[in-house]
Design a protein around this ligand. Structure first.
Ligand SMILES: [Cu+2]
Length: 581
């Protein structure tokens, strides 16, 4: 369900840019965020590769209001291509100049519906400390990278670039020991992340070398798939005939509520590399592979709220045959990360990917004459959650003429050295903390009003994240390893994410799992009134990396929950006696 917005004051944005001359100039008709047609072929994003250890690029962030009232957001290169994949090696420098060309697309709508703006005390023109956070503010979060939470690198608390600012330079170095895999970039403007990401503001980052962690990947063609959600293209359409028996329930925000049937109207449409797969008929995007070919698919769930549960079926006549997918990495971390052998590939009939999470897996193309289908299977998000029904995403055809992927992993590679630090799972935690997700009705007597969202450290008072406060709810020392129990006291799923840090899932619903890899997003099961106690996961949190020193956030990655306040602050203090690094 959607939160109420944290409203500190309504400001009609047209008046916020001084003379407004540049704003008016940008109001001319234009199409920057064009999108492919329904049922078209899935194209890979453009690859930008580092050269001599440096990747330098100029990216504009733009938006465009659509006839249906929705707004597209896009990251555009000078050549017009959108959401490029940034490919770097460990140790490489990324120099990204971000030009905010956003306009206020709410101008012209009644003031009550116009963008609201957080203005924190001390608002200034320096983008490193600009307290204005609005729908036309921009910043970037480099999701999953263990880089410092400071301005021009990965700070989202105080960095806010306005349309009137000159291009803003991000300059950061991929750590030498960053696990090779799939990461991503997206905006993190508090209160507005959901609308910007839902509009399409996201792109992939690849830290090269996954074949060094897993020799079974040597020489495989690789393909980046970014799955996004968006407002329904056909919100008023009745369900297709095969779905007709499924009820269309509306939750208190007007979103389609979880039907628990696997069918019915979804809360959001999905797209694959921007090819929309709209409700109610879901005409799938198209993709060709050579018959029987193996590829590494690197899938990012860049949805604002939609869970994915990916599976591949082959159609043999009237029968559908489920295939196994060979999972090799999660959230940018190869499954071989613990150094234990024998877990290089995990063959699974389906792979769940929470909003914000990534999965990299081997897929085998259908044989000649057989069609394949990538689908997302229904996810039960709980009685309070949104409807994520079964639906197809990509129709896979087997063809000897299939175009090659943009990129193929090297055929030989030096194995990745083991990290210098002991495996996280073998470290005894310094202490254990408990945090919990909870929701509150704004007005219990009026169920038409949405929820308030909290992520609380046990013992503290639940409160929505306050962007004007710099007081952390958790303070740790660099070098510490802690266990965090994350409990869900609400009736819908939440996806826990923390910046700068990967963690190990140690327990799931009280059962030891000791995953031999790390994650940066974990789904926490919803609670149910018939349960005794609340469902929880236990995470081993790693603050050993000196790059974690500073203040940063942890939050739910269902972005309207995050925007609604389901977020907290942590400060990692330098280790006493540690050097300046
Ligand atoms: Cu949530």
């Amino acid at each position: 369900m959607r939160p109420i917005k944290l409203v500190l004051g309504y400001v009609f944005l047209a008046g916020c840019f001084g003379s407004g001359g540049s704003v008016l100039a940008r109001d001319a008709p234009r199409e920057f965020c064009s999108r492919p047609a329904v049922a078209s072929t899935v194209e890979e994003p453009e690859d930008l590769r580092s050269n001599d250890g440096v990747l330098k690029l100029h990216l504009s962030v733009r938006n465009e209001r659509q006839k249906d009232g929705s707004t597209r957001f896009c990251y555009v290169l000078e050549n017009g291509s959108q959401s490029p994949t940034l490919r770097l090696n460990p140790g490489d420098l990324l120099v990204l100049s971000l030009d905010n060309q956003l306009i206020d697309t709410d101008v012209g709508t009644p003031p009550a519906k116009a963008s609201h703006v957080h203005r924190m005390p001390g608002a200034a023109s320096d983008p490193c400390s600009n307290a204005t956070m609005s729908l036309s503010s921009a910043n970037l979060h480099f999701h999953g990278l263990a880089i410092p939470p400071v301005c021009h690198q990965d700070d989202v608390l105080h960095t806010s670039i306005q349309p009137s600012d000159p291009p803003f330079e991000y300059r950061l170095r991929i750590p030498d020991d960053e696990p090779p895999g799939l990461y991503w970039y997206h905006p993190h403007v508090h209160g507005f992340s959901s609308r910007q990401v839902l509009g399409g503001a996201s792109g992939a980052i690849i830290v090269e070398g996954v074949e060094r962690a897993n020799s079974s990947l040597l020489g495989l063609p690789e393909r980046v798939l970014v799955i996004r959600d968006q407002d329904l293209l056909n919100p008023d359409a009745p369900p297709s005939s095969s779905d007709a028996q499924a009820p269309v329930l509306i939750d208190r925000d007007g979103d389609a509520a979880n039907t628990g049937t696997g069918a019915g109207r979804p809360a959001k449409d999905l797209s694959v590399n921007f090819v929309p797969v709209p409700y109610p008929d879901y005409p799938p995007a198209k993709l060709a592979m050579k018959p029987g070919e193996r590829q590494l698919w690197r899938v990012l769930n860049a949805s604002s709220v939609t869970y994915l549960n990916l599976a591949v079926v082959f159609k043999r006549g009237p029968r559908f045959q489920a295939q196994h997918l060979g999972l090799v990495a999660v959230d940018g971390v190869p499954l071989t990360a613990s150094g234990s052998v024998g877990h290089a590939i995990e063959w699974r009939p389906s792979i769940m990917i929470s909003p914000g999470a990534r999965a990299e897996f081997i897929i085998t193309a259908p044989p000649a004459g057989v069609d394949g289908l990538l689908v997302t299977r229904t996810v039960n998000t709980g009685p309070g959650g949104e409807n994520d029904p079964n639906r197809p995403l990509i129709s896979i055809s087997a063809s000897t003429n299939a175009a090659p992927t943009h990129s193929t992993l090297p055929a030989s590679a030096k194995p990745l050295p083991l990290t210098a630090l002991p495996w996280l799972g073998s470290v005894t935690p310094t202490r254990t903390r408990k945090l919990y997700f909870s929701e509150d009705a704004v007005d219990p007597k009026d169920p038409s009003i949405a929820q308030k969202f909290y992520l609380t450290v046990d013992g503290q008072t639940p409160a929505a994240f306050d962007p004007t406060s710099s007081e952390p709810s958790i303070v740790v020392k660099q070098g510490d390893v802690e266990d965090w129990i994350i409990e869900n006291r609400s009736t819908e799923l939440h996806a826990f994410h923390i910046h700068q840090v990967h963690f190990q899932v140690v327990e799931w619903l009280g059962l030891p799992v000791n995953e031999p890899f790390l994650r940066d997003v974990i789904n926490v099961p919803f609670s149910n009134p018939s349960m005794s106690g609340y469902p929880s996961v236990r995470l081993r949190m790693d603050f050993r990396d000196p790059n974690t020193v500073g203040t940063f956030v942890f939050h739910c990655h269902l972005l309207d929950h995050e925007d609604g306040g389901m977020m907290g602050l942590i400060r990692v203090e330098p280790r006493p006696g540690a050097g300046s690094d």
